[in-house]
Write a protein that binds this ligand. Structure first.
Ligand code: ADP
Ligand code: ZN
Length: 627
């Protein structure tokens, strides 16, 4: 009897073909996470819904199937993307890797689009990027129909698929029309991708895009290379920010989020005056200025964008090393989305936020004063509470973040609380003193804000304490043992917990029903130790950076080679009119500087060096490396 022979099954063939594309075209050695399964599903003609965090590697999930299907003669993959500004760079990156791709959008001349349409209709193109509004025009639909009839419409990829959901934060009505694709071309496989995790949005995407038969791929939403740091505001938050950037991120690219346009302008000016390379971005700026600033952020090394949340969607710059929040975001979803723009390249990055009493008060008030109905406001309050709990947490931030998205995890070792477990103290007594002081005011029919309350608690004589005769209150001076900063922390947490509300134009403080239990001593209040102003040093970062940092781990000579490679890359990028990272990412350059490959074959082994780039740039790189 013959021994059983292992015949390659069609799926084996498929997965080895996929790996071959991954390594030859993109220069990568292995698929990440669920990429391989997703590629398999779509290449074989199935539908997929992919939920993956930012930086997880969504692009390859449709690019590899598109390449494989094109090679089999199945024609053009159509990619729907809402971000016209970024299509140019995405297509540039594919062409650099030797993949024939193009985009159609309103920024092109008639001549250009005619040329691209010809490429598309011939089936020569592998990928075509188009904005959703283009896709559903009669002209474009007719072109798709013609392609389809000739068997040259290979697949649809719908990027940023959450735009179809009204629950999401980026709803676009044109996305609703995309269900048309399935109705017209039911046999063409579709892959929808998003980084928005919540269940409501997911259900909405499935329903609106008619993806009921799609396989759903949900990745872990953890971003292990992002270190979460949340610090208390003390003195000047801008100075805290400056120190954070100077100590940890000098010369690196980052985003600083502020709530208002005015604060964006002021903060950008402040950083510029300090000699940092910072630019403002908000919806009140001229469209031209905005585009220029975004372009510079993408193309230049080490630029800091100070922005409102108007900035960021779809910014796929891989080497953003930090995202800083000077104001509290709206909720955890927003915090996660915004911080997620850091470290897409997988190298260490930091999400830093400073928050204080005013943030808590402002966010609460914004909800209270919004014209929405009470049920909606209640929902918003719940979300804010979750964010405040994250900010006040004394345990692992990541465990809380992931827990919020329904994912269980272990303490991460890469957040401030894991690295420097904060000291806590029993603030039950202090909380009672504070609440009863407000209670005394109430008894006298008086309302005051935080400043005066703390003066009374600490027994600090001011014009106001004299004017109101507050020196005779039973709570006068009972809190002299705590600093003003500590009292602010106590008050902030009492507001965060909902025992006290700050009301009206002057944020006067009022006791809430739940305060009674605290007053009676029935509730224990444990607080994190207020951080006194202390020099940031090692403790702030809490030890060494993880090893994978591309810039670190290079000795002086390696660093020099790295700089030389960056200089060479920036010339090439300028020549090609593309951002530097499209040519090679920093991680790839750092690996070259470290390994110093002796010949083209060795260079080709480095992650991120595909066949086309090796051919185009290999010799020059070896020359820069002195080989
Ligand atoms: P997303 O769109 O999910 O935010 P991207 O597709 O932009 O993420 O990928 C993030 C980064 O990870 C990119 O720099 C990409 O080149 C890199 N990447 C993706 N998949 C792999 C892989 N299998 N091996 C190495 N690098 C990868
Ligand atoms: Zn942690």
């Amino acid at each position: 009897m013959n021994p059983p022979v292992h015949l390659p099954s069609p799926t084996d063939d498929l997965s080895s073909a996929a790996r071959q594309v991954l390594s030859a075209v993109f220069g990568y050695t292995a698929f990440r996470g669920q990429q391989a399964d997703i590629v398999q599903q779509v290449t074989a003609g199935g539908d997929a819904l992919v939920l993956m965090p930012t930086g997880g590697g969504k692009s390859l999930c449709y690019q590899v199937p598109a390449i494989l299907r094109h090679r089999r003669g199945q024609g053009v993959a159509v990619v729907v993307s809402p971000l016209i500004a970024l299509m140019h760079d995405q297509v540039g990156a594919l062409e650099e890797a030797g993949v024939h791709a193009a985009f159609l959008n309103s920024s092109q001349t008639g001549e250009e689009s005619t040329r691209i349409e010809r490429e598309m209709m011939s089936g020569r193109l592998t990928l075509l990027y188009a904005a959703p509004e283009r896709l559903t025009t009669p002209r474009f639909l007719a072109q798709l129909t013609s392609l389809h009839e000739r068997g040259l419409l290979s697949m649809f990829a719908i990027d940023e698929a959450h735009c179809v959901s009204q629950w999401g934060h980026d709803f676009r009505s044109e996305y609703l029309q995309l269900s048309l694709l399935h109705e017209r071309f039911p046999d063409v496989p579709r892959i929808a991708l998003t980084a928005t995790a919540d269940e409501l949005t997911r259900a909405d995407i499935i329903e609106r895009l008619q993806l009921q038969d799609a396989r759903v791929f949900i990745s872990s939403f953890d971003r292990p290379n992002i270190r979460y740091l949340i610090v208390e505001k003390n003195g000047s938050p801008r100075e805290q920010l400056l120190r954070f950037i100077r100590d940890e991120h000098e010369g690196e690219a980052g985003v600083v989020y502020c709530q208002s346009r005015k604060k964006v302008e002021e903060t950008a000016e402040f950083l510029q005056a300090e000699g940092l390379n910072a630019l403002p971005y908000h919806a009140g700026l001229d469209a031209d200025v905005r585009r220029r600033h975004q372009d510079r952020f993408l193309r230049e090394d080490g630029l800091i964008m100070v922005a409102t949340i108007a900035f960021g969607m779809g910014i796929d710059k891989p080497d953003v090393r930090f995202v800083a929040h000077l104001d509290l975001p709206k909720n955890i979803e927003a915090y996660y989305q915004e911080t997620g723009r850091a470290g897409r390249d997988g190298a260490p990055a930091e999400a830093w936020m400073t928050y204080g009493l005013a943030d808590v008060v402002n966010q609460r008030r914004m909800i209270d004063e919004s014209p929405a109905d009470e049920t909606f406001k209640q929902g918003q309050r719940g979300k804010l509470d979750a964010l405040l709990a994250l900010a006040e947490a004394t345990d692992c931030r990541r465990v809380r973040l992931l827990g919020y998205f329904g994912e269980e995890s272990q303490p991460c070792g890469n957040c401030d609380n894991c690295l420097n477990p904060p000291a806590t103290w029993d603030a039950t007594e202090a909380a009672r003193k504070l609440l009863s002081c407000i209670y005394r005011f109430h008894q006298r029919g008086e309302r005051f804000g935080a400043g005066h309350l703390i003066d009374v608690l600490r027994g600090k004589v001011t014009d106001k304490t004299t004017q109101y005769g507050h020196q005779s209150l039973s709570t006068w001076g009972v809190g002299a043992d705590l600093s003003e900063q500590q009292w602010r922390a106590v008050l902030r947490q009492l507001i965060a917990l909902g025992h006290v509300a700050a009301e009206g134009e002057f944020n006067t403080l009022a006791l809430q029903d739940s305060a009674r239990a605290v007053l009676k001593g029935e509730v224990e209040v444990r607080l994190r130790e207020a951080e006194e102003k202390k020099p940031r040093g090692k403790s702030a970062r809490g030890g060494a950076r993880p090893k994978s940092d591309p810039a670190l781990g290079l000795d002086a000579e390696g660093q020099e080679r790295f700089e030389a490679l960056k200089a060479w890359r920036s010339e090439v990028a300028k020549e090609h009119g593309l951002p530097a990272y499209v040519i090679f990412q920093n991680t790839t350059l750092a690996e070259m500087a470290r390994a110093v490959p002796g010949d083209l074959a060795e260079l080709g082994e480095i992650s991120g060096v595909g066949a086309k780039k090796l051919e185009a740039y290999g010799r020059e790189i070896l020359r820069v490396l002195g080989r």
